[in-house]
Write a protein that binds this ligand. Structure first.
Ligand code: F6R
Length: 634
């Protein structure tokens, strides 16, 4: 799908935050199996607790369990649940602790309505007060239960009338009073063949099957059963039975559904024979990099080109400043992008955390281009930063792996990563694919300016060689595992690199923290002596990214400084490096490379190291504690 521009919908309400995975089904098959299968594919979105609700004739049955999905599967296994309509949820807690009462689905206190919700209802306290005064009561601390009751309230006011879409209308009326974000799927005990969903800033996708419909916060939830989808937009509501669906907005106007065919390789989202998604995705990087580059080099081999930028070369030449905006690992990718774009295209670049940028009111002149980077395309801070920039009239491009995601749909143009689904919560292949695309983008901008034909050709050659070089580095997995074994008991680590490898040091520290829970800090190597060196002891290893480049002699001095204080050194070195071997306890060799390729190559050892540290220390590397893959809350 091409990136497309989408204007504000007249009826769309104020949009802010939401997280979790939701799924809904209405059709002829056993909903329990379909929901459980969907939840397995959505579990990366949250794994504090999970639950399902099914309509068994006109009886609404709910099963919920704290912990990963396995707990719910075990609990539901002995239950006879034959219903063909249902909803399911896998939770990442926002309001209320991780206890069964707070797990979804939530049921209204009159028992009529069951709801799963991804998002945050900001005015839930006011609505709760109102409902308490009307005799409703609450079993949980969640904002979502308030919404279930509000829908029940509106349903009750209609007296359960026989009007065809009375259920959908009750949901619509309730949502008119809601401030906040939601992707919801709702069941009503009186309407056994119906399912209602709605979206505001939290993704929701309708799947259209043969005599059946699905709802999910990510099409992965049902893609095994249908590829025919409609991406709901903010302020839209869908009512579905097995045979038909109706799409409207909150103003009760009918909306023309834009059906799309998903083009997905489903096996890409399976773990296959690998012990974890994380290692599978690390090993998939050569292919992901090839996909990122495929069809994106010019015929003369001197530059890159992109199908979906929606900006002419003339317009791009007018750009005098670029703001790169993202969160987490994608932010580290942007920091590399800054070096590359400034180096190759000589355009000043600033890198912003999306969460800061959107509230900062940074002065930007009219020749500024904003480029957001997001694997999921759903990270709320990034989405809102992008909306803020567009509101101010800036052109916003996006690099994302999320085909059809909110960011892809709202950006003025952009570049798809085509890295395939990334299920492991810690980003790996999406990161290097972002680095690769930022390098291509920098090359393209450079060639529109002063970068010569010959320089362009040599950079293209460098980039084309990267997937093969990554394959070579991946062969060292076992050696890196042994290094992790030697340092597996440490409590703190430093990651140090300079210039284009400084952001890789930041990413190394982030990756290690996430999957192994070892405290780690990333620094520009020379900064180490301005404070962090105080941490250095024989128990605190330093992981240097000390590849060849103009600053290598300075980095070697920093290594000496740490070695002299008894700090163990792990170092990523270029083959044939001049770094004295006696100061490196654990070397990891990567091919010599140009600065555009180096960050990608150097990222591979830090990912493998973090992965093995995580496994050795017994954590769940695919689902580290407290994290979720797609952060759709502020
Ligand atoms: C870390 C990680 C996160 C994400 C961040 C942004 O391994 O995955 O830091 O990079 O949450 O996510 P996206 O790229 O989906 O916007």
């Amino acid at each position: 799908m091409k990136f497309s521009c989408q204007g504000e919908r007249p009826c769309a309400r104020v949009l802010a935050k939401a997280m979790c995975g939701i799924i809904g089904y209405v059709g002829r098959h056993r909903a329990k199996d379909i929901l459980m299968d969907g939840l397995k594919r959505l579990e990366y979105r949250g794994y504090d607790s999970a639950g399902i609700a099914l309509l068994e004739g006109s009886e609404l049955r709910i099963v919920r369990a704290v912990g990963q999905l396995e707990a719910l599967i075990r609990k539901a296994a002995p239950l006879e649940l034959a219903g063909t309509v249902g909803i399911g949820h896998t939770r990442w807690a926002t309001h209320g602790g991780v206890v069964e009462e707070n797990a979804h689905p939530h049921r209204s206190s009159d028992g009529k309505i069951a709801l799963v919700h991804n998002g945050v209802i900001e005015n839930f306290a006011t609505i709760r007060e109102f409902l308490l005064s009307r005799g409703y009561c609450f079993a949980s601390e969640t904002d979502s239960e308030v919404l279930a009751n509000l829908i029940a309230y509106h349903y009750g006011r209609g007296g359960g009338s026989g009007e065809k879409n009375h259920f959908g209308e009750s949901v619509r009326r309730a949502l008119l009073h809601v401030q906040g974000t939601y992707g919801i799927a709702v069941l009503c005990e009186d309407r056994p063949g119906e399912l209602v969903g709605a979206r505001n800033s939290s993704p929701l996708i309708l799947g259209i099957g043969d005599g059946e419909h699905f709802l999910a916060s990510d099409a992965a939830g049902f893609a095994a059963r249908t590829r025919d989808v409609v991406f709901l937009r903010d302020g839209e509501l869908v009512w579905a039975s097995g045979e038909e669906f109706l799409l409207t907005n909150l103003c009760q106007e009918r909306v023309e559904a834009q059906r799309q065919e998903l083009d997905w390789d489903l096996t890409a989202g399976e773990r296959g024979g690998y012990p974890h998604f994380m290692v599978k995705e690390i090993l998939e990087q050569p292919q992901a990099l090839e996909n990122a580059m495929r069809g994106r080099f010019s015929a003369d081999g001197s530059t890159a080109h992109f199908g979906g930028l929606a900006m002419t070369p003339q317009e791009l030449r007018q750009v005098e400043r670029i703001v790169l905006c993202a969160c987490g690992t994608a932010h580290c990718a942007c920091l590399v992008g800054e070096y590359l774009i400034e180096g190759l295209a000589r355009i000043p670049v600033e890198v912003e955390y999306a969460s800061e940028f959107r509230y900062r009111n940074a002065p930007m002149d009219r020749h500024t281009l904003v480029l957001v980077v997001s694997q999921s395309g759903e990270t709320l801070d990034t989405l809102e930063a992008m909306r803020e920039a567009r509101r101010k009239g800036f052109r916003v491009l996006a690099i994302t792996n999320g085909v059809g995601s909110s960011i892809a749909r709202e950006a003025d143009g952009g570049i798809y990563q085509h890295a395939g689904p990334e299920i492991g919560v810690a980003s790996t292949k999406a990161f290097t694919s972002q680095l690769c695309l930022l390098a291509l983008f920098a090359l393209y901008l450079g060639r529109l300016r002063d970068l010569s034909f010959d320089e362009g050709v040599s950079i293209v050659e460098v980039l084309r060689a990267v997937p093969g070089q990554v394959r070579e580095i991946l062969l060292q997995g076992e050696a890196i595992r042994r290094i992790a074994e030697r340092h597996g008991r440490c409590r703190d680590m430093l990651f140090l690199g300079r210039q284009v490898l400084f952001p890789i040091a930041l990413e190394g520290a982030l990756k290690l923290k996430e999957v192994s829970y070892v405290h780690a800090e990333g620094y520009a190597a020379a900064e180490m002596k301005h404070g962090p060196i105080a941490l250095v002891t024989p128990e605190c290893p330093s992981f240097f990214l000390a590849c060849d480049g103009a600053t290598l002699p300075k980095t070697i001095s920093n290594m000496h400084e740490i070695h002299a204080r008894g700090g163990p050194i792990i170092a990523v070195l270029s083959q044939g490096s001049a770094v004295p071997r006696e100061i490196v306890d654990d070397p990891i060799w990567i091919p010599r490379a140009h600065g555009v390729a180096l960050p990608i190559l150097a990222a591979i050892p830090i990912q493998l190291f973090a992965y093995h540290m995580g496994v050795l220390r017994g954590g769940d590397v695919d689902k580290p504690r407290n994290l979720a893959k797609s952060v759709t809350v502020e």
